[in-house]
Design a protein around this ligand. Sequence first.
Ligand code: ATP
Length: 531
Amino acid sequence: MVIIDHTHVYRHITSSLLFLRSLCIHHSVSCPTLLFLVSLFTVSSYLTLDESPFPNFLSAMEVLMSKLFNLMGVFALVQTLIPPPLRQFIDRGLTMLCERLFPSVNPYPYMEIQVGQNVPDNHSPNELYKQVGVYVGSLRSALHTHDRLRAYRCAAAEPISLNLQDNASIEDSFDGVQVFWTKAVTEKGNEGNNGGSTERSFILRFLKTDRENIVPAYLDHVSKVCADIEHKNSRRSIFTNSHGNWEKNSFNHPSTFDSLALEAGVAERRMADLQAFSKGKSFYHRNGRAWKRGYLLYGPPGTGKSSLIAAIANYMQYDIYDLELTKVYDNTSLKSLLVRTSPKSVIVIEDIDCSVKLSNRDAETDDDSKKGRDSNSSSKFTLSGLLNFVDGLWSCCGEERIFIFTTNFKERIDSALLRPGRMDMHILLSYCSFHAFKKLARNYLSIQDHPMFPELEKIMTKTSFQVTPAAIAEMLISNQDNPDAAISEVLAAFSRHVDTTIVIESASQSMKKQEPQSTHTQTCRREDGGN
Ligand SMILES: Nc1ncnc2c1ncn2[C@@H]1O[C@H](COP(=O)(O)OP(=O)(O)OP(=O)(O)O)[C@@H](O)[C@H]1O
């Protein structure tokens, strides 16, 4: 009696199936070849069995599978010995034979798309080939499933990129569909002679039934991911306008949301807003809005407006276009500058109230003003030109852009420029609070707490004397190796003013009774003449 170990048989079956699958996928073995092999096994099993082929189905299967398994090993060995062109020839022949014999059976369920190094007609480099290389190297599965990868770096400052070894394959999925990439390398011409050449390509393989889901959506996805990676890896640039053109420079400002001393929760809210913006393409399009965002940063000098712009650009990994309005000749050149900005960029106009005379439209009286012109200069550039720049038909000729205006005097800016849609958020950057001070102390002095903190907090909340983060930063920098001295200096600066402030405040209050006046103006004046 034959005792059959069922587990043994199942294990054979499973491993054989897995082996078949991997042969199909990674080694371009088509179904006809496999059908041929399996038939060969069946016949050989039939011949080698003592009795009828099916005296006991499971024992027959066991024999069959063990033979199949052995032959697969031999096949894999032979496969390495057969040159690829001959292998492809045999495969094609068997595929055609199979299609003739069994027209209703799909002998090769996979579809392949070859992405070559060059465009076939004009031999120019195939951009998609480069993109696939970047994409495939970025797949996380590459690190986990491959023991051998290639690493390269194009320039010293660029990050390291990974890529597949020649003839290696990798699996990916898109919208629930499984696809496989193979980095194919074919030798052409006489090997070893100068006339021979190497043809490289990526081959995308997926089930024919998935073709509708894959082409072109998946290839578009590959291009997009590659563009994102390249954008992320590229170095930031800052552009400034000169003679109607943008001049490019590399942007290395180190400011980040972490290095900024802001009020509690401000950095987090800004980052959340920026994140929502960067992911909001479909939201903006669905609602018929141009995919752009406008921020007005206002507050006294030295409160971090420029630093916040740099932090935003670094956080979003956007380039900066620093628009100098005094160098813009007319509305047409403004428009042409706008058209030449790239997507994923921050367009900045600093100190918008001082750049050119863009006074309140309602208050414009003379002839030039009626035409919307800046009467103080030879410029034909107008306020309405600027309004259209930020939120007109031309403002949406590039996508994913952030407009940022800064000013020390928000009240001087025309309300039309500040309305939502142009400046969506107005962000006040103000004098240094104790919360912001602690952040500066953490960044500049590397301390989280200090015995003098409670006293400093008390004084900072008690006095209306205000100091900008820039001024505090200076005190900390000059004592960066000595936290005690640094905190003492800040404490002394506030203590010196605390009495003065009380005097000024009480004087101010008594004056207010006669004629209302801003305490804020008093404290600012004190700071100007400070120390
Ligand atoms: N909130 C802040 N957090 C950290 N550093 C700051 C902050 N504000 C100012 N600083 C420091 O002070 C210096 C000046 O800041 P910044 O140029 O950003 O100020 P600003 O508001 O743009 O000034 P202005 O209105 O004169 O252009 C920078 O070196 C920056 O490091």
